[in-house]
Each structure stands twice: as structure tokens, then as C-alpha cells.
Write a protein that binds this ligand. Sequence first.
Ligand SMILES: Cc1cc2nc3c(=O)[nH]c(=O)nc-3n(C[C@H](O)[C@H](O)[C@H](O)COP(=O)(O)OP(=O)(O)OC[C@H]3O[C@@H](n4cnc5c(N)ncnc54)[C@H](O)[C@@H]3O)c2cc1C
Length: 309
Amino acid sequence: MEKVVIIGSGCAGLTAALYAARANLKPLVLTGRQPGGLLTTTSVVENFPGFPEGVEGYELMVRMQKQAERFGAIIKFGTVEAADLSRQPFVLTVDGERVEAETLIVASGAGHRHLGLESEHKLENKGVTYCATCDGALPMFRNQPLVVVGGGDSACEEAMYLTRFASVVHLVHRRDTLRASPIMAERTLAHPKIKPIWNSAVSEVLDVSLDKVTAVRVQNLKTSEATVVNCAGVFVAIGHIPNTGVFKGSLNMDEQGYIVPKHGAATNVPGVFVAGDCADRVYRQAITAAGLGCAAAIEAERYLAARDE
Ligand SMILES: Cc1cc2nc3c(=O)[nH]c(=O)nc-3n(C[C@H](O)[C@H](O)[C@H](O)COP(=O)(O)OP(=O)(O)OC[C@H]3O[C@@H](n4cnc5c(N)ncnc54)[C@H](O)[C@@H]3O)c2cc1C
């Protein structure tokens, strides 16, 4: 039986592993299908403290893994398919195998909703991105026209943030009003650099043949008229999907599936802790995920110590 099982090997999971390993708990980290997490899908990360020149996302995650392993963390390729949290020890089904754990740290992250276009997929990291805070300041987007897709609070926040760098921000939305909160919508539409394109959807990102974003093809959903909007970047902000399906019914979640922590990193199930983007609908950054991973490991260690007293 494992003392600590960490579900996920992104910034949250590997930081939790480092702390739990240094507390001599020999944590078992289950990587899921994306070892290293979301950051391995990006090129340069410029806002992780300690790397003044920036660091490749993949390299940062390899370093985090090595640091955790140095103190005894065990990294295992495996995906949790089911979890029984109704009894102690907790029982996980990992690729068909049974794993028992005294404590769990859920750090399973959240995926981005995609537009579902082949051109979007091909130009990911070549101008198509899902995070303005992460990528907006990159030189390729400076003083260039940019497109944000979406109409909720996140899309408005992304558009507002991008006005610092862009020459103009086209906000493409399927309806003729924003879904965002009234104050956010008002502020967004009042910004002189933000130009809404209503009742429209992006049907293609151009130009796959040049291997970079040069424009988007936008279709008006009412008239079917297609136009081409020149841009250097497309920021897709149509929501996230937390990877929390296996915990439905056992861990408290909000309506979108984010786990709702109970004071700090604890959950409604004693002995189960949570960290990173699967419980964070607000910040969703590498450094916040890492910080929450640290908190979850400290909580797990204290839980085990108190139980064994
Ligand atoms: C393209 C891109 C660029 C980004 N750039 C930046 C940036 O520059 N700076 C920044 O701060 N942030 C950036 N981010 C955001 C950052 O990547 C996330 O905030 C961070 O990765 C969250 O860490 P996490 O550990 O919570 O989740 P994730 O990194 O998503 O890791 C989740 C882990 O859980 C595993 N998992 C999921 N389900 C299961 C399961 N059932 N069983 C076992 N394991 C499971 C996955 O395989 C993965 O290992 C970027 C994101 C993207 C997509």
C-alpha cells in the first residue's frame, strides 16, 4: 500500500511529489496520458521564476521530475480509470490494476476546449494559443492584429489583456451579445482596441502552408457570409474541461467539474487533497499549480502524522 499517491505529473503533481518525497513519504506519481502535463506542449515559458532567459516547457518539466525523483518519488506511467474513496485505504484502478493509497493528491489538471479545426491543430504553438497570460507578450504578437474567440468572462479577460500588446483585438463570438458578466462585457466593448465580430465562428485558421498564423476565415452564422481577418495570433478562449470525471460523485465539484477545495488543499473526503488547475478556474498558471502542489503535499504529510499520533 502507498502512503501518498499523486494523480498527475504536471507542475502541481511534480511539486507535490518533491515535497512528499523530501518528507520521506516515497510518493507514487501516476503520470496519466500526458507525462509532464500541459506545459510540455508549449515552447518557451517566460514567467516561471528562476529562469530569466525563459525555459522550454518540456525541459522545465523534465527538471521537475528529476528533482522529485532525486528524493525518492516514484514516477509510473498510468491513468486512473476509477477511484473508490468511500473506504480507507482508497482504491484506485490504474490501467486495470488495483492501487491502494492512504492519502491521495489529485493534480489531474484541466484541458482546453478546442475549436475542433484541423488548421487550429496544425498551427498550435505557431500562432494558435489558449492562454493570453502565457503567450500574449511573445514578440510574435507585439503590435500585431490578434483574434480572440469566445464571449465569456475568460474571452473578455484575454482580449483586455492582449490590448497591451496588440495593434487591434478582434473578438469573434457566436452570438450578438457577450456571455460575460455585465461589468466585464461593458469594459471590453468600451475598449478602443477591441473590435467585436458578432454572430460569427472561425471556420479555418490560415495559413497552414506557411506554417504560421496569418489570418482566420470567419463565417457569419446568420448570413453564411465568409470573410478573412488578418492576424498574427488566435487566442481560443471557449472554456476548459477539468480532468476530474473519475471523481464525480465522490469529491465536491462546481458545475463545470472543478474540484472545490475545503480550506486550502483539503477536500470533502479526509485524506484526499487537491492541487493545480483541476481545482483552479481563476489563475491556471504553472507557478500557481506548483504552489498548490506544495500546499497539498504539506497537508497530506500533516494528515498522516496526526493520524499516526
Ligand atoms: C500551450 C500552453 C502554454 C502555456 N504556457 C504557460 C506559461 O507560459 N506560463 C504558465 O505559467 N502557464 C502556462 N500554461 C498553463 C500551465 O501549463 C498550466 O497552468 C499548468 O500546466 C497546470 O499544471 P497542473 O499540474 O495543474 O496540470 P497539468 O499540467 O494539466 O497536468 C495534469 C496531469 O494530470 C494527468 N492526468 C489527467 N488525468 C489523469 C488520470 N485520470 N490519471 C492519471 N493522471 C491524469 C495528466 O496526464 C497530466 O500529467 C500553458 C498552457 C498551455 C496549454
